[in-house]
Design a protein around this ligand. Structure first.
Ligand code: NAP
Length: 282
């Protein structure tokens, strides 16, 4: 068996079209959904990511501004800027690009963003809302993974879902989202003994580790759905995931490619969250 591909580019394209449609409807009622992106410092990857976020937004009709500050910016100044944006009714979403310079307290910075504008879903109030099943913003990467599962008609109720990785931005929220859909969830991490023994029981596997070949064909039950969040470089310097794609695709039922899988979905879900932030206050 060769797994079917879950095409993140195609699904993201569809979601962006839906966002554009809903944005146009909001604009017709006199509301311009708007995202403010803040970049502190000159990390090259962050520079690319933030420019993508602004470009994606403007292409779908959302207003987006990128504010760049030097790495020497004080934390007090950053917090003051966030508070000004919190109070600005014309701004619906605020995103502070991570990582921040070392002299800043990331937790404090994120907690200063109004939960109503926390479109990255990293605020503790957003995490709490997800935990207790209340409305809030879901972190874009696991939210995108859920959309991918939905797109293939994957019924999660009663299924065993295994999440590899327990970060606050991917693994933990991913597990909670799967739980909310009535999957039986196992979370694995660096101290997990015999990862393969657990993943072989899984109907759905989400790999969010950041290491190549964490999941190989012998660790996958035939027909399982495999979502690869990882972003790594192979020996040739090409982007690859955590999953041994060529091996696992011979066993799995569905698989996401890297690139062209979770990455574009993460970008699309930021647009969804920003639009929803605007819709919620109008
Ligand atoms: P992270 O904060 O470094 O977390 C990695 C997790 O993997 C940790 O929980 C760690 O366990 C676990 N782990 C490490 N080695 C392991 C092993 N051998 N077996 C099982 N678990 C292991 O990373 P992250 O931010 O969650 O990101 C994970 C990956 O996803 C990275 O490659 C990142 O670049 C990628 N990513 C992609 C997107 C996208 O849009 N495509 C978005 C976000 C992240 P401990 O907790 O025990 O240390």
């Amino acid at each position: 068996m060769t797994a079917q591909l879950i095409d993140g580019n195609a699904l993201a394209h569809k979601i962006r079209a839906e966002v554009a449609h809903r944005t146009a409807a909001l604009k017709a009622r006199g509301v311009q959904p708007a995202l403010s992106v803040i970049l502190v410092g000159d990390d090259p990857a962050s520079d690319v990511y933030t420019r993508h976020k602004v470009k994606d937004s403007t292409e779908t009709g959302l207003a987006a501004t990128l504010e760049r500050y030097p790495a020497t910016m004080t934390q007090a100044d950053l917090l003051a800027r966030i508070r000004t944006l919190n109070a600005d009714a014309a701004v619906h979403g605020i995103l502070v690009q991570l990582p921040l310079p070392r002299h800043m307290d990331t937790h404090k910075v994120i907690e200063t963003i109004s939960p109503a504008k926390d479109v990255d879903g990293f605020h503790i109030a957003s995490a709490g809302a997800l935990l207790v099943g209340q409305p809030g913003f879901w972190p874009c990467t696991p939210f995108g993974c859920m959309k991918m599962l939905e797109s293939i008609g994957c019924e999660l109720r009663g299924k065993h879902a295994v999440v590899i990785g327990r970060s606050n931005i991917v693994g933990k929220p991913m597990a909670l989202m799967l739980l909310q859909k009535n999957a039986t969830v196992t979370i694995c991490h660096s101290a997990t003994a015999d990862l393969g023994a657990i993943t072989r029981q899984a109907d759905v596997i989400v790999a969010a580790v950041g290491k190549r070949n964490v999941l190989t064909a012998d660790m996958v039950k035939p027909g399982a759905v495999v979502i690869d969040v990882g972003m790594n470089r192979n020996d040739q310097g090409k982007l690859c995931g955590d999953v041994d794609f060529e091996g696992v695709r011979q066993v799995a039922g569905w698989i996401t490619p890297v690139p062209g899988g979770v990455g574009p979905m993460t970008r699309a879900m930021l647009l969804v969250n920003t639009l929803e932030a605007a819709e919620r206050v109008t």
